[in-house]
Design a binder for this molecule. Structure first.
Ligand SMILES: N[C@@H](CCC(=O)N[C@@H](CS)C(=O)NCC(=O)O)C(=O)O
Length: 113
C-alpha cells in the first residue's frame, strides 16, 4: 500500500520553491512508496482535498487508513526527511483492542493534589 500525494498539476515545475515538488522530492529521496494524485486546478473543484484537510491548498498526503496530513510544505518536507511521516497518520487501535478512552471509561478520575 502507498500513501497518496495530492498535488497540483504543475509536474514540470521541479524547483525547490514549488511546494508540491518539495514534498514529492522528499518522498522520493526517502524511498516512500506513493501514488501521485493530480488535483483540479480550480480551487472550487478541490472537493477531495477540502474534505480531507479543511482547506484547498496542495500538497497534502492521504494515508492508507483514510486520514490526511497537510502543513506548510516546508514542514511536510522536514517531517518526511526526519522519518516521521507515519506519525501524522491518525492513530488507530489494533483490531480487538479497545481504544484507550473506552478502556478508561468507568474508572475513577485521578485525584488531584
Ligand atoms: N505556503 C504553502 C503554499 C501552498 C501552495 O500555494 N500550493 C499550490 C500548489 S503547489 C496551490 O495549491 N496553489 C493553488 C492556489 O493557491 O489556488 C505551502 O508551502 O504549503
Amino acid at each position: 500500500m502507498a500513501v497518496k500525494l495530492h498535488r497540483c498539476g504543475l509536474q514540470w515545475a521541479k524547483v525547490k520553491a514549488h511546494p508540491c515538488w518539495r514534498v514529492e522530492k522528499a518522498l522520493i529521496d526517502m524511498g516512500i512508496e506513493y501514488e501521485r494524485v493530480s488535483g483540479p486546478f480550480a480551487r472550487g473543484k478541490r472537493a477531495a482535498v477540502r474534505a480531507g484537510t479543511g482547506q484547498d491548498r496542495y500538497p497534502a498526503i492521504e494515508f492508507e487508513d483514510g486520514s490526511w496530513y497537510r502543513e506548510e510544505s516546508a514542514d511536510m518536507e522536514r517531517t518526511i526527511r526526519e522519518g516521521r511521516l507515519r506519525e501524522r497518520a491518525a492513530r488507530r487501535e489494533p483490531a480487538g483492542e479497545p481504544a484507550a478512552q473506552e478502556a478508561a471509561e468507568g474508572e475513577e478520575p485521578p485525584q488531584l493534589h
